[in-house]
Ligand binder design. Structure first.
Ligand code: NAP
Ligand code: GLV
Length: 288
């Protein structure tokens, strides 16, 4: 076993060299596993991703080569849903802005009009992608007497209607060619000016420039983002200059217990494939 000793993530060329003789690879969502890497690793028969999202892997290229790709569904569902709800609350009630002001020594005298946000209880929440995490967010919403709408390929309402009717919209679809840029200028225009957009799925689901314009121009009230495009956001990026965005650095599954469970699952996937067995959590079942 070789463990990458340097700073993460390794440069693509370094990863290709490191995988030259490898039978299996346990990688992070920051490692791009594309056809070029797979060509450079002719012995590879297992790629185990320490994440549920596998958009960093060219699944078709892996499947064509008979390589199993594993991921970590389920164990991070509740933890990620907790973070999505935390972002919803933080963005709706302007926690980022008000907390920054307190730390900066600008605690304004209490006044009836200070830091007015949006009400969470009794609101309408639209969930884009009612899968494991989307459903877990819906369960949390019930405690706030929130009405839940949803939109998925296999059910619910059209995304356009969901955006028009929702006070909060939370994204939980995987990133793929179909969902890339799912939310652009036209979709943001459909949302209520008081609406809050939450994204804990993948940054590329949203057109970042359109989101910045919507937040600046008042097309929507606020955003809560655990994922962005690009990631990380470079210093001075326009998203970092808008007060009505609460941004966390992709920490959806970052609880101690969940990360242990993800590690166990990723290792189990890898070892199963190296033994010649099907991975318990296979992202490309067509490989079998
Ligand atoms: P999941 O159970 O597979 O749910 C995905 C949902 O999206 C399903 O309901 C699916 O339903 C729907 N969907 C797929 N393609 C769609 C499309 N084109 N349009 C509309 N709906 C679509 O996945 P999950 O475990 O909830 O995870 C969701 C995503 O969250 C992951 O892929 C990952 O990117 C992200 N994530 C982020 C973090 C973080 O740290 N921020 C942590 C964990 C996961 P249908 O098949 O019926 O459409
Ligand atoms: C995290 O983003 C994951 O997909 O697990």
């Amino acid at each position: 076993m070789e463990v990458w000793p340097g700073r993460l993530p390794p440069a693509p060329a370094d990863l290709r060299v490191a995988c030259r003789e490898a039978d299996g690879l346990l990688c992070l969502l920051t490692d791009r596993v594309d056809a070029e890497l797979l060509d450079a690793a002719p012995r590879l028969r297992a790629v185990s991703v320490f994440a549920v999202g596998v958009d960093n892997v060219d699944l078709d290229a892996a499947t064509r080569r008979g390589i199993q790709v594993g991921h970590t569904p389920g164990v991070l569902t509740e933890t990620t849903a907790d973070l999505a709800f935390a972002l919803l609350l933080a963005a709706a009630r302007r926690l980022g802005e008000s907390e920054r002001d307190v730390r900066a020594g600008c605690w304004p005298v209490w006044s009836p009009g200070a830091y007015l946000g949006e009400e969470v209880h009794g609101a309408t929440l639209g969930i884009g992608g009612m899968g494991r995490i989307g459903s877990a967010v819906a369960r949390r919403a019930a405690g706030f007497e929130i009405e839940v709408l949803h939109s998925s390929r296999s059910g619910g309402i059209a995304l356009e209607e969901l955006l028009e009717r929702s006070d909060f919209a939370s994204l939980h679809v995987p990133l793929n060619p179909e969902t890339h840029g799912l939310i652009g200028e036209a979709e943001l225009e459909r949302m209520k000016p008081t609406a809050v957009l939450v994204n804990t799925a993948r940054g590329e689901l949203i057109d970042t420039d359109a989101l910045v314009d919507a937040l600046r121009g008042g097309a929507i009230a606020a955003a809560g983002l655990d994922v962005t495009d690009p990631e990380p956001l470079p210093a001075g990026h326009p998203l970092l200059t808008v007060d009505n965005a609460v941004i966390t650095p992709h920490i959806g599954s970052a609880s101690r217990r969940t990360r242990e469970l993800m590690a166990d699952m990723a290792v189990d996937n890898l070892l199963a494939a190296l033994r010649g067995e099907p991975m318990p959590h296979l992202a490309n079942p067509e490989v079998r």
